[in-house]
Design a protein around this ligand. Sequence first.
Ligand SMILES: Nc1ncnc2c1ncn2[C@@H]1O[C@H](COP(=O)(O)OP(=O)(O)O)[C@@H](O)[C@H]1O
Ligand SMILES: [Mg+2]
Length: 265
Amino acid sequence: MTAYLKIDHIDKSFERGGARTDVLKDVTLTIDKGEFVSIIGHSGCGKSTLLNLIAGLTRVTAGAVLLENQEVNAPGPERAVVFQNHSLLPWLTVYENVNLAVAKVFAGKKSRAEKHEWVMRNLDLVQMAHAKDKRPAEISGGMKQRVGIARALAMEPKILLLDEPFGALDALTRAHLQDAVMEIHSRLGNTMIMITHDVDEAVLLSDRIVMMTNGPAARIGEILDVPIPRPRDRIALAADRTYLKSREAVLKFLYERHRFVEAAE
Ligand SMILES: Nc1ncnc2c1ncn2[C@@H]1O[C@H](COP(=O)(O)OP(=O)(O)O)[C@@H](O)[C@H]1O
Ligand SMILES: [Mg+2]
């Protein structure tokens, strides 16, 4: 069987002014359809670079990204990205921001009425239909992230790529949005890849956690399975053995890598 998403022996280097930085070295990972995978690692190790390669926003130096056996080498609506800082257009309303993506992706495929219905359905999914006529400056950070998620989902992506989507939010808002994403994932069954540096968030949301070594030339250090049945409840999990063991495994990985870097300097 061929993998749904295959990250196949990827290297990524950046060159600037004759200087070369090797960011990723020999990264290989396969992800199944419907899986929720988190990527965790210290700041600067190359997590966003890896996500951008999957998004097609950056080109690989060596290796390939394959989605259903097709090589990815440009951005596409089947791989929608949600960034940490919402990238909504400030002069458009919530509705118009989502509609812009819908109009582009479904041009000639959905009627005007169908597009309207689809925008509203996706705003409903993130509980933002009530704010459809507001502009980004008039809503909270958490609400902006919800709209960003609605916009990404409205493209009906095969894969949703989330780059620290809750990183700029307060703890309560973050918890609400994590629950919203878990619910959307269970309802739509889509494949999600999320970058985080929050250990609890990674364990709560993921089927697997990919732990990256420190850069330069970062690799996948370990992959942890999180065999906790869904739906998951954050309060019940606080005392769950599997949850606590998973959490400990990630903390150990990050802590040991961290020490390793300090010792090497
Ligand atoms: N466009 C770029 N040009 C040069 N270097 C880059 C570029 N993008 C990222 N890098 C470098 O790649 C490394 C990894 O960055 P990044 O993927 O953003 O890390 P993370 O998301 O894990 O914090 C950093 O050292 C960063 O400076
Ligand atoms: Mg990053």
